[in-house]
Write a protein that binds this ligand. Structure first.
Ligand code: OFO
Length: 168
């Protein structure tokens, strides 16, 4: 695999791992505030992000590169409220989508059509993730502050159940 592709995939290892850490930090904050449903949703999301990171690790190594596990910066400890927390999740997912698109673009430019083909799974996954977070935000806007208890129960049925097993 070309050095440029190895480097951009390693950049994504770091970003997926940070996503996992960020969602765990958010989950921990929500759990301490009694939102156990939201915490479960975020912990599950964190697991998915770890799986995404591993997909990159295995792909890089499988193509003759060397996947590097990075040191990570600490994610925020405190969050203002549930709505702003999910706004931050959406913003983060949009950042990840842009980062995946960079890989699509570079792999095409470098004529690495295997990577270009492989990364398409992440393109679809990002679409799905952004849509599911947007659906949560829409719902939060509907329920208002008084119905947060109901929302906390309801979010458990809002898992996309995104298949994170494919793509290799
Ligand atoms: Fe949130 O998604 Fe990974 O890629």
């Amino acid at each position: 695999m070309k050095k440029s592709i190895e480097e951009i995939c390693n950049r994504q290892v770091e970003r997926e791992l940070y996503s996992s850490l960020l969602y765990m930090a958010m989950a921990s904050w929500t759990e301490t505030r009694g939102y156990s449903g939201i915490a479960d949703w975020l912990f599950e999301q964190a697991e998915e992000e770890k799986e995404h990171m591993l997909k990159f690790v295995r792909y890089i190594n499988g193509r003759g590169g060397h996947a590097i596990l990075p040191a990570l910066k600490q994610p925020p400890v405190e969050y203002n409220d549930i709505k702003t927390l999910f706004d931050e999740v959406l913003k983060h997912e949009q950042y990840i989508s842009a980062s995946i698109n960079d890989i699509v673009e570079l792999s095409f430019k470098e004529k690495d059509y295997s990577t270009h083909n492989w990364i398409q799974w992440f393109v679809s996954e990002q679409l799905e993730e952004e849509a599911s977070v947007q659906a949560i935000i829409d719902k939060l806007n509907l329920v208002g502050d008084h119905n947060m208890y109901i929302f906390d129960r309801d979010i458990l049925s809002m898992r996309t159940g995104g298949d994170s097993g494919g793509g290799e």
